[in-house]
Design a binder for this molecule. Structure first.
Ligand code: ADP
Ligand code: MG
Length: 290
């Protein structure tokens, strides 16, 4: 640092500076760090300054070192909070996903999706395919990556989401509930189509999709091709309206392959079966079927 007062004596320097700068009492410094919410710096101040001195860092480098410590701490805390409010049913990661021969899931595509550009752009992502092929696993894994990248995320099951909306409507609180589901940057809706939905659920889902349209991403997993969503919602018109918005900016990944659970069982000799079909179909925009 440029020492403009280098030629002055100690007492002169004192006069030239506000009194509090000349007395860096720990208590005072800690109070300011608390007020600025720089808690990681506050907690590790002595160690951090010792490290900086030990490495002979300049003031600028020291400041960088302190700020980085604080930012890393805040990011880690935000990730922990984000994971807890996302309500994932379990922990699944891309690193544990087995891209072996019997799945059509493409590693490169998943890594690309984990970068989160589709979320930044408000695109939707659909994982379609039969049970056990890893749709929920991938949805959780991508949701976790999204949180690490700072996107607020909420995981919900389709039936519970729609039950909540139907109930809220009955209680005159639909607006509130829709706003709640519209808030996270990424909303994951798992298992659409597995169980029959209540009547009127399609209209509510349509309202949610409209509310999030071009604002926040949805990641939906379903065992039904989009062409069958009329049946899922028991209303072809509403299904078309939902898909119209959902697929406008979307990535559709159709997963083909054998159920991972069955494969594991077969491997362990519990069952014998040898069916496989390993193609991936990825469509941008509006895939065939609606
Ligand atoms: P789906 O949602 O398509 O029905 P899941 O994601 O629930 O399937 O997968 C069923 C189980 O098998 C989960 O425990 C999941 O972690 C595991 N699984 C599925 N596919 C894979 C895979 N390719 N690699 C590792 N685990 C997998
Ligand atoms: Mg699933």
């Amino acid at each position: 640092m440029n020492d403009a007062m280098g030629t002055h004596g100690r007492d002169d320097r004192r006069e030239a500076m506000p009194e509090e700068l000349t007395v860096p009492e720990d208590e005072h410094l800690h109070a300011m760090l608390t007020r600025l919410k720089l808690t990681a710096i506050r907690e590790r101040l002595d160690t951090l300054l010792d490290e900086a001195a030990g490495k002979g860092l300049s003031f600028r480098q020291t400041l960088y070192h302190l700020c980085r410590t604080e930012v890393e701490h805040k990011d880690a805390r935000r990730t922990v909070m984000g994971m807890s409010i996302a309500h994932f049913p379990c922990v699944r990661d891309l690193e544990n996903f087995d891209y072996g021969a019997r799945t059509s899931v493409d590693r490169r595509q998943m890594e690309e999706l984990s970068a989160g550009r589709w979320i930044a752009g408000g695109e939707n992502l659909l994982f379609l395919g039969p049970p056990g092929v890893g749709k929920t696993h991938l949805a959780i894994a991508l949701g976790r990556k999204a949180i690490e990248r700072g996107y607020t995320t909420l995981f919900t099951n389709a039936v519970s989401l729609l039950t909540q909306l139907v109930r809220a409507q009955g209680e005159g609180k639909l607006e509130e509930r829709l706003a709640w589901y519209a808030k996270p940057k990424l909303l994951i809706v798992d298992e659409l189509g597995y169980l029959p939905l209540e009547s009127g659920a399609g209209h509510l889902f349509f309202q949610l999709v409209s509310r999030r349209y071009e604002r926040g991403s949805m990641l939906i997993t379903s065992n039904r091709a989009v062409g069958e969503w009329g049946m899922v919602f028991d209303d072809a018109v509403v299904a078309t309206a939902i898909l119209d918005r959902l697929l406008h900016h979307s990535i559709v990944v159709t997963i083909r392959g054998e159920s991972y659970r069955l494969r594991e069982k077969r491997r362990s000799g519990m069952i014998r079966n040898d069916t496989s079909d390993t193609t991936t179909e990825t469509a941008k925009g509006n895939p065939a079927g609606i």
